[in-house]
Design a protein around this ligand. Structure first.
Ligand code: 6R9
Length: 654
């Protein structure tokens, strides 16, 4: 029964074929699938030569002899920052805008490729003056300002792996990441603007580098002009240092496998996992996917990825992918609802953004605020929309397409991870008929599958675990300082297969649906149910804006479904009048039963004002599970707003 109704939900019938006009101009074509299928390694060799400028051409495509540590493009040498800057300037595109920066308070500034190039050269000279040599780690703790891009590319230029720590993380989180990576220098700012006011960053750095530390210098960017404590000898103003530095820097050429960065994964408990990426394979896959999935045409598009630089989407799809292509992009410092809930749409209209990449959680927030906000702006410049970070409910997908995309733009739902480096599964917007809610299929060159417990490929119409069957250029090369943990986490579950940790399903047409982390899959009375599917069902109800579902331990059924819902504004007064257990809750329970089947009917539905989310927008179901199981709520330090759990508990107590 459950299996049957579950597959009904996944039998999403709607498809949207690309328009002939879009297909005619698209970078991604059917040929890519054919070429990659005929010779995967040859295909990647072609992409690496097409998208990157090499100082020495590579002699070997893939060395997998020390699996699971891969070596891609052996014998090749290059410089990542040259690929993102110098070559565009040399090709005569120095005057092209690289970044249209929009500060939260309303200040704007454009940076051309030539300007960024100069800034990066000066910054590289400053860092090397501070003793940074190839291989040294530099921690970056910044708001969403152009200097973040400059800092990252200056590190890349020197072959000094950067370790960007999200600016919203606490001093403790910063300290542990600095310590694990043994960073020599920290680049930070006095603060940044967030929700209408300056928010300080420097105090957290002072705290994080106090006592015993590997950090020798802290470079401080002036953004908010707020007072900062100053540690003579250690602290240096970025603008003073850059001004005094030589404007030219001769780049060194690095091996393909030279470490490019470490990025700690979000939302995990215990010791942070420093995901290690290297230069050529990562950069090649970022540039290739920006080109064929985001369909970026550098000479004409204005691209905007709303991610923060502190997580992998900002690394791959603000810095390395788009900039390797020489694209023009928008960079916005603040929140989407400051000073009003139409801020994003205003920016899109103002900068004529044509390709827009954001996360489902943001789309659902915008749905909650209402369509009058996007409707008040001219969004006709948009020609492609993207989604990343979590499964997108079909209803949110449809809203995104209709309200933001004017029923016109293709949507690419892109599945990938910090570990995969770049996009792994997504429709190609000029080729694939898209299906709301599914990331559908591996991009050309990537070898994904859904397997059962024993590691066998499941037939269409069945569920299992998402794996990669072959290595790929952008794959992680390990966990910083812990090769064993790398092998154990990703390569021990199935021999020779990369285990992504996501549950997935193939529909009858072979499309892949990522159902969420494996630990978010519930088992109710022996039936496997996905939190995402029940959330989708709830969100498809007109009164629900957002929903999070957890499996709570239940004496009768093993696990029971507990849902937390945020209502749309119009439905709020109704809930207030009725309280929990009222008609609305019954209506929602019955709605889920109708959409998926009685087995999926939540035991409990709790109406809340907010959901606990990490800074990258992922709902922390672990905490909701604590509430549902009436336990002490666990570690909240990775939440974007740690007061949310108090609100939820208070709301439930009344
Ligand atoms: C890029 C990024 C990775 C996890 C991943 C999966 C979830 C990301 C998704 C998606 C369904 C998508 N995820 N994209 N699930 N559909 N299009 O998000 O990296 O922060 O490391 O998270 O996010 O569960 O395993 P990261």
């Amino acid at each position: 029964m459950a299996e049957e109704t579950l597959s009904n939900l996944l039998q999403e019938e709607r498809t949207f074929a690309p328009s002939p006009e879009f297909a005619a101009q698209a970078n991604g074509t059917q040929e890519l699938y054919d070429q990659a299928a005929a010779d995967r390694e040859g295909f990647w060799a072609d992409q690496a030569r097409k998208y990157l400028t090499w100082d020495t051409d590579f002699t070997e495509v893939l060395d997998w002899s020390e699996a699971p540590v891969a070596k891609w493009f052996g014998g090749g040498t290059l410089n990542a920052s040259v690929n993102c800057l110098d070559r565009h300037v040399e090709a005569g595109n120095g005057d092209r805008v690289a970044l249209h920066f929009v500060g939260e308070p309303g200040d704007t500034k454009d940076f051309t490729y030539a300007e960024l190039h100069e800034q990066v050269q000066r910054a590289a000279n400053v860092l090397s003056g501070l003793g940074v040599v190839p291989g040294d780690r530099v921690a970056i703790y910044l708001p969403m300002i152009p200097e973040a891009v400059v800092a990252m590319l200056a590190c890349a230029r020197l072959g000094a792996p950067h370790s960007v720590v999200f600016g919203g993380f606490s001093a403790d989180a910063l300290r542990s990441r600095i310590a694990d990576g043994e960073a020599k220098v920290v680049i930070t700012a006095d603060g940044g603007y967030r929700r209408g006011k300056p928010s300080a960053l420097k105090p957290a750095v002072d705290d994080a580098v106090s006592g015993e530390t590997t950090v020798e210098h802290v470079l401080v960017i002036k953004r908010t002009d707020s007072e900062v404590d100053w540690h003579e000898g250690r602290d240096l103003w970025w603008h003073e240092q850059l001004e005094a530095a030589e404007p030219e820097h001769i780049p060194e050429s690095f091996d393909s496998e030279h470490p490019l960065f470490i990025l700690y994964t979000s939302g995990t408990t215990g010791k942070p996992k420093g995901i290690l990426h290297t230069t050529a394979g990562y950069l090649a896959q970022c540039a290739y996917t920006s080109h064929v999935v985001h369909d970026v045409h550098p000479e004409s598009d204005v691209y905007w990825c709303t991610a923060d630089i502190g997580w992998v989407t900002g690394h791959s799809y603000i810095v390395y992918g788009p900039m390797a292509l020489g694209a023009t992009q928008v960079m916005y410092e603040g929140t989407p609802d400051t000073p009003h809930q139409g801020r994003w749409w205003e920016i899109i209209a103002d900068k004529k953004v044509s390709v827009f990449y954001t996360a489902p959680t943001a789309i659902r927030a915008c749905m909650k605020w209402g369509e009058e906000f996007p409707n008040a702006h001219d969004l006709s410049s948009l020609r492609l929309l993207g989604s990343v970070g979590e499964p997108i409910n079909p209803e949110a997908w449809m809203w995104y397409r209709r309200v933001i995309g004017g029923d016109r733009t293709p949507i690419v739902d892109t599945w990938w991870q910090t570990e995969t480096g770049a996009i792994m599964a997504s429709p190609l917007p000029g080729v694939t008929a898209t299906r709301p809610g599914a990331c559908q299929l591996a991009v050309p060159g990537i070898d994904l599958d859904v397997v059962d417990e024993a590691g066998n490929s499941v037939p269409d119409g069945s569920g299992g675990y998402l794996v990669a069957r072959s290595p790929w250029p952008g794959m992680l090369r390990g966990i910083w300082g812990d090769l064993e943990r790398y092998k154990e986490t990703y390569w021990s579950r199935y021999k020779g297969l990369y285990f992504a940790g996501d549950g997935a399903k193939k529909d009858e047409d072979g499309n892949v649906w990522v159902l969420g982390r494996v630990d978010d899959v519930m088992n109710v009375s022996g039936h496997r149910l996905s939190t995402t599917e029940i959330e989708s069902a709830l969100v498809s109800h007109p009164k629900v804006a957002e929903a999070a579902v957890v499996g709570a331990t239940d004496a009768m059924t093993g696990q029971a479904v507990v849902a937390f819902v945020i209502l749309r504004s119009e439905a709020l007064h109704e809930a207030d009048e009725e309280g929990e257990g009222g008609e609305l809750v019954t209506e929602l329970r019955n709605h889920v039963a109708r959409e998926i089947g009685p087995i999926a009917k939540p035991r409990q539905i709790l109406v809340v004002a907010e959901l606990p989310k990490t800074r990258s927008g992922k709902i922390m179901r672990r905490l909701l599970r604590d509430v549902a199981e009436k336990r002490e709520v666990g570690d909240v330090t990775t939440l974007a707003d740690s007061s949310v759990m108090d609100l939820i508990k208070e709301g439930l107590a009344t």
